[in-house]
Design a protein around this ligand. Structure first.
Ligand code: CS2
Length: 489
């Protein structure tokens, strides 16, 4: 094995390296959830912003659970390679914006101290949909969420993202420091506003004297984030070692496309992210809806149907003409639920999405996208289905997606291979599926009845439930391939 990437001296020719003095810049951002997506997105914009305009915007990463990222990145002084894989080749770039990664379970106090440092101006998050403690029934705080419940029951030890944010703000308030901006970078609709409500409800329950401070002084801009970033594989590490000339255990790979649309509402300043291509707008909602419904909605659809039909990767799905037709139909149906999006032609957006999905250089697993379905369905598929219902559009595309998720939720493929759902509600889903005994109507009814998941208005109106049952019946009796073929005609 080559020497480890710990500095940028003597790398192979052509490898891009950070264009600023990493040691001179202070950390202005604390990021909760330093995974592959953050490393391929915000950290890259921040690296570009510091190269263009400087500033004290180094990132202190935090892992809320596992130590893997910290153990790979810290011995490399926070440096890692971003491998951009396009249809025409790969290009490596060393990213320098991450200073270090803290592991919350190893030292929760250290995380709170980082949040409370005067120079921390922004706290950003990519903790996935299930990390927030959002109760889909109310849009507010789920006090039974394991990490939230733990923090509310034992204030001496913090485990949840909300708990850390409130604890950090509390120290800042006591020290009379300026607040920080809280920047949600997860695929939730109205992500800033949703997070604001959760933080306020958490503060109310845990530390009511914080409420006015947060309400009056902290901002929560909404953002639309986009970059397809599969989990790193042994191939990622082998390619990076060959191209960079060093071993890099923290390397990530991603596609060429990247997009970040952000509301410009930062209380304590921000990096010059537009120098790196971010777009600042006053209202992110139209872009968020477009991305969640057209990209993520199509992704979830192709992940469930594709995985169950034996396609391991998104690019394999894009080689299946029937599924391509279904994806095209889905994107058109999702687009029809949207109001005009400033500056974007939705048909062009859909065409570009299909090209991105088909990128032959990216091995994005359908099984990776399939995880956490209960956390993803609402904003990706059920919200737009409700709009389609209101607008009198066909519900068939959405019914197919839901049926495919239900078929996936059985946990066994047509070839008899079984899989874990990897969903926080896996136990409830398993009980519902077991009780249904392979009958489509019984299964669909049990899953429709999961508390807080499916809007009653959708299940009760417009024949939606019957459509789902009919499609699920074909999937269960004739197999996913036959159901796909029937749908694509
Ligand atoms: C995917 C997203 O895993 C998933 O659920 O749909 O991670 C998707 O790749 C990103 O949102 C693209 O920006």
């Amino acid at each position: 094995m080559a020497d480890r990437l710990t500095d940028t001296a003597a790398l192979n020719a052509g490898v891009a390296v950070p264009g600023y003095d990493r040691d001179a810049a202070k950390a202005g951002i604390v990021h909760l959830g330093t995974g592959a997506f953050h490393k391929a997105h915000e950290a890259v914009y921040t690296d570009g912003a510091m190269a263009a305009s400087g500033g004290d915007w180094m990132i202190t990463g935090v892992s809320l659970r596992s130590a893997d990222v910290a153990d790979a990145l810290n011995p490399q002084n926070g440096l890692y390679t971003l491998l951009v894989r396009g249809p025409d080749g790969v290009s490596p770039r060393v990213i320098g914006s991450v200073r270090e990664v803290l592991v919350a379970p190893r030292g929760p106090e250290q995380v709170i101290q980082a949040l409370a440092r005067e120079e921390t101006k922004i706290v950003s998050l990519t903790i996935t949909e299930k990390g927030y403690g959002l109760d889909p029934r109310t849009g507010g705080l789920d006090r039974d969420h394991p990490a939230i419940a733990a923090d509310l029951n034992d204030p001496r030890r913090t485990v949840s993202a909300l708990g850390f944010i409130v604890a950090g703000l509390r120290l800042r308030m006591m020290k009379d420091y300026a607040p920080f901006t809280v920047l949600c970078c997860d695929n939730l609709q109205n992500n800033g506003r949703v997070l604001r409500r959760l933080v306020l409800e958490f503060a109310e329950a845990r530390d009511p004297k914080m409420v006015a401070y947060i309400r009056d002084r902290v901002t929560f801009p909404s953002t639309m984030v986009d970059r397809i970033t599969p989990a790193s594989t042994p191939q990622t590490f082998a390619d990076v070692e060959r191209l960079v000339g060093r071993a890099d255990l923290a390397a990530v790979e991603t596609e060429p496309f990247t997009q970040w649309i952000v509301e410009d509402d930062f209380v304590s300043g921000r990096p010059d992210w537009e120098a790196a291509g971010a777009v600042f707008v006053s209202d992110v909602a139209p872009y968020e809806k477009m991305k969640l419904r057209m990209l993520n909605g199509a992704h979830s659809t192709l992940a469930y149907a594709g995985y169950m039909a034996g396609h391991a990767h998104v690019r394999d799905v894009m080689g299946d003409a029937d599924l391509v037709a279904i994806i095209g139909r889905h994107m058109a149906a999702a687009a029809a639920t949207l109001d005009p999006v400033p500056g974007i032609e939705l048909a062009d957006y859909a065409r570009d999405l299909r090209l991105r999905f088909a990128n032959p250089a990216i091995a994005h697993q359908t099984y990776q996208i399939a995880m956490d379905g209960t956390q993803k369905l609402p904003q990706r598929l059920l919200e737009p289905a409700l709009v389609a219902l209101e607008r009198g559009q066909s519900l068939e595309p959405f019914a197919f997606s839901v049926a495919a998720w239900m078929r996936y939720a059985v946990g066994r493929r047509d070839d008899g291979e079984s899989h874990a759902l990897r969903d926080p509600r896996e136990a409830e889903i398993g009980a519902a599926a077991a009780g249904a005994g392979g009958d489509a109507r019984a299964l669909a009814t049990a899953l429709f009845d999961l508390p807080g998941l499916f809007p009653a208005r959708l299940v009760e109106a417009g024949g939606f439930a019957d459509m789902v049952v009919a499609k699920l019946d074909t999937m269960l009796r004739q197999g996913m391939r036959a159901a796909i073929a029937a749908e694509a005609v």
